[in-house]
Design a protein around this ligand. Structure first.
Ligand code: ATP
Ligand code: MG
Length: 333
């Protein structure tokens, strides 16, 4: 049997360069070898956006467009909408018994995200416990491999622990998933922050126009210690060079720029201009495909509905086994 991939994204906005290098690139690369499912995690998006459910529908569509734009082939990859697979909620409830409060409280990614979000009325239980529902997402599809960014590693570890407990306690039904981190485990933001993230407003989106990309690149954070173009600059930890390393295929040009930057013989403007050129080359075909699909909403809708139907069938089959293993398929005979 073909091995399976499951990954997902929260429809809190369109996808950006960080998603691409952290996870999407691996999904595109592996779609021919693996039976692949991508989950648009709208239920998870609600955990910190429950006051604005009206934004979900449009964002689910945008994320689907991004998938198609980067080259996920709808014949190979099933696009699944989380809220349309209610079996996920059921599995989440069963998993809740297998995780302690202390374990949830130790999750470093959730801790960090809670700090960032600064929940005014306290941390919602749904947000705090989302690693459990994410474990249900992964395991209901019996995924072997999960291509993710580095911030998701504690979630995969949590899923593995739950699987081990479940299989030991009830019966070996579930598969222990492995994480696959992308070429860039954590792409920094254009503001120099540790992570490009929709919620932080430091992104270059895959669908951004040429003009927007130019503006965002030209206003990027660089080396704060450098005041004049003739000052020797720092390349390490400078997000402009991090992006060059990832998105500029002309390695000789990148090396030359780095050398000149260190010596103080190149200005920020030129380094950014060349980055913009490289990014444009990378983004133009994605933008074109996005526009093509954008014109054909009926087709995108069909891809989403069809993918969700196939995904739900897999989820239902797993749940039959889960209930059976948990002695919940009562016969009362
Ligand atoms: P939000 O701020 O709403 O949480 P996000 O930008 O963090 O949005 P997610 O939908 O939470 O995006 O993440 C989807 C996937 O993309 C995850 O596998 C995550 O690890 C990966 N990812 C997100 N941002 C980055 C980044 N800057 N670098 C590498 N991978 C990333
Ligand atoms: Mg996130």
């Amino acid at each position: 049997m073909q091995k399976r991939i499951l990954t997902g994204d929260r429809p809190t906005g369109p996808l950006h360069l960080g998603h691409y290098v952290g996870s999407l690139a691996n999904r595109v690369r592996l779609q021919h070898e693996y039976d692949s499912y991508v989950l648009i995690a709208d239920v998870q998006a609600l955990t910190d956006n429950f006051e604005h459910p009206e934004m979900l529908e449009a964002n689910v569509f945008e994320v689907a467009l991004d998938y198609l734009a980067v080259g996920l082939d709808p014949e190979k990859v099933r696009i699944v909408v989380q809220s349309m697979v209610p079996e996920l909620a059921e599995l989440t409830i069963y998993f809740m018994n297998l995780v302690t409060v202390a374990t949830l409280e130790r999750n470093p990614t959730v801790k960090e995200e809670i700090k960032q979000r600064n929940f005014a009325k306290g941390v919602p239980v749904g947000f705090w416990s989302y690693p459990i529902s994410q474990a249900a997402d992964i395991t209901i599809f019996k995924a072997d491999l999960v291509p993710v960014g580095e911030d998701q590693l504690p979630m995969i570890e949590q899923a593995r622990e739950i699987v081990r407990r479940f299989n030991r306690l009830y019966r070996k039904v579930l598969i222990e998933p492995k994480a696959l981190v992308g070429a860039m485990a954590r792409l920094p933001g254009t503001d120099g922050g540790a992570k490009m993230s929709k919620s932080l407003g430091n992104c270059i989106y895959l669908g951004d126009s040429t003009e927007t990309v130019r503006k965002r690149v030209m206003s990027m954070y660089t080396d704060p210690t450098r005041i004049h173009p003739t000052d020797p600059g720092h390349v390490e930890g400078n997000p402009v060079f991090t992006y060059h390393d990832v998105f500029n295929p002309n390695k000789a040009e990148v090396e030359e720029l780095k050398e000149r930057y260190r010596k103080g013989t190149v200005g920020d403007v030129e380094v950014k201009q060349r980055l913009f050129d490289a990014l444009e080359k990378f983004l133009a075909p994605i933008r074109e495909r996005r526009a093509e699909y954008g014109k054909n909403r009926a087709r995108v809708r069909e891809i989403i509905m069809e993918g969700t139907k196939k995904g739900r069938a897999v989820a239902q089959a797993t749940m039959e086994e889960v209930r059976d293993a948990m002695k919940l398929s009562y016969k009362f005979a």
